[in-house]
Design a protein. Structure first.
Length: 255
């Protein structure tokens, strides 16, 4: 069984894929149930608390930290601690770490084989790559950007912990572009592209694509975990600009 990293923006279908991989026997972390299921993710998030905390701390080192009183008044769209899965980073941003964070990464990677998922990996992967072996598999999950954008807006509206973040259509679109731009950059720079697979959310209902993923991971997958009726996503092409469409088309070509 391979070590696996699940990549993709929040609200893009990564939880569904990680849940399927967990049911196939993959270890998703000792604390992968710390984010309790809700109406957004009725079957769970499958994100390990320690992995998420490491990634939050990497982004804390990378981004400016603004006191909350000032952030609310003057920078309401700037992310805060534990909400940085909604951060927006320039493509040329240097991702920073510390010796302490590096030790925590090495320690958590000892528990093999693992399947770790976190939207923050979109940005923090360059740090983790220093410690991941060359046989690690990467799956990039995505869906129509307008559906993800709408889902992010709904999540920020319904989740009390995110209501302090003033999210709008334009910002959600920029976050989507930023995350997948970083993912594509890491893929293009990879010397082991054969270890990457790109997967559209709807392809879980495509038998041929499922068989391809089973072969890729050498796992038997129970796709019945995925239920279309649980999806609350809606699509609105008005939100999709040319930059977003370009990134989406690149993802489609790689799938």
């Amino acid at each position: 069984m391979h070590n696996i990293i699940v990549l993709g923006s929040g609200r893009s279908g990564t939880s569904m894929i990680t849940g399927i991989l967990e049911k196939a026997g993959c270890f998703t972390g000792e604390k992968s149930d710390y984010l309790k299921s809700n109406k957004s993710n009725p079957k769970g998030f499958f994100e390990d608390k320690d992995v998420n905390t490491i990634n939050e701390d990497i982004l804390k080192e990378t981004l400016i930290t603004i006191p909350e009183t000032i952030r609310k008044l003057f920078f309401p769209s700037f992310t805060f601690y534990r909400a940085r899965w909604l951060a927006k980073l320039p493509l040329n941003k240097i991702i920073k770490s510390t010796e302490g964070i590096n030790r925590r990464i090495k320690n958590i990677l000892k528990k093999e084989p693992f399947c770790y998922k976190d939207p923050r990996f979109s940005y923090t992967l360059p740090i983790w790559l220093k410690f991941l072996d060359s046989n690690t598999k990467y799956i990039v999950v995505y869906r129509e950007p307008s559906k993800t954008i709408n889902s992010i807006l709904r999540e920020c509206k319904e989740n009390p912990g995110l209501q302090a973040l003033k999210m709008d259509k334009s910002l959600a679109s920029k976050i989507w572009v930023s995350m997948y731009s970083h993912i594509l950059k890491n893929y293009k720079q990879s010397s082991h592209k054969e270890n990457w697979i790109f997967f559209h959310f709807d392809q879980i209902f495509n038998q041929k694509k499922v068989e391809q993923m089973e072969s890729f991971f050498n796992l038997k997958l129970d796709v019945n975990f995925a239920e279309k009726k649980l999806s609350r996503s809606v699509e609105d092409e008005i939100y999709v600009n040319k930059k977003t469409e370009s990134i989406y088309n690149q993802l489609l070509k790689l799938s």
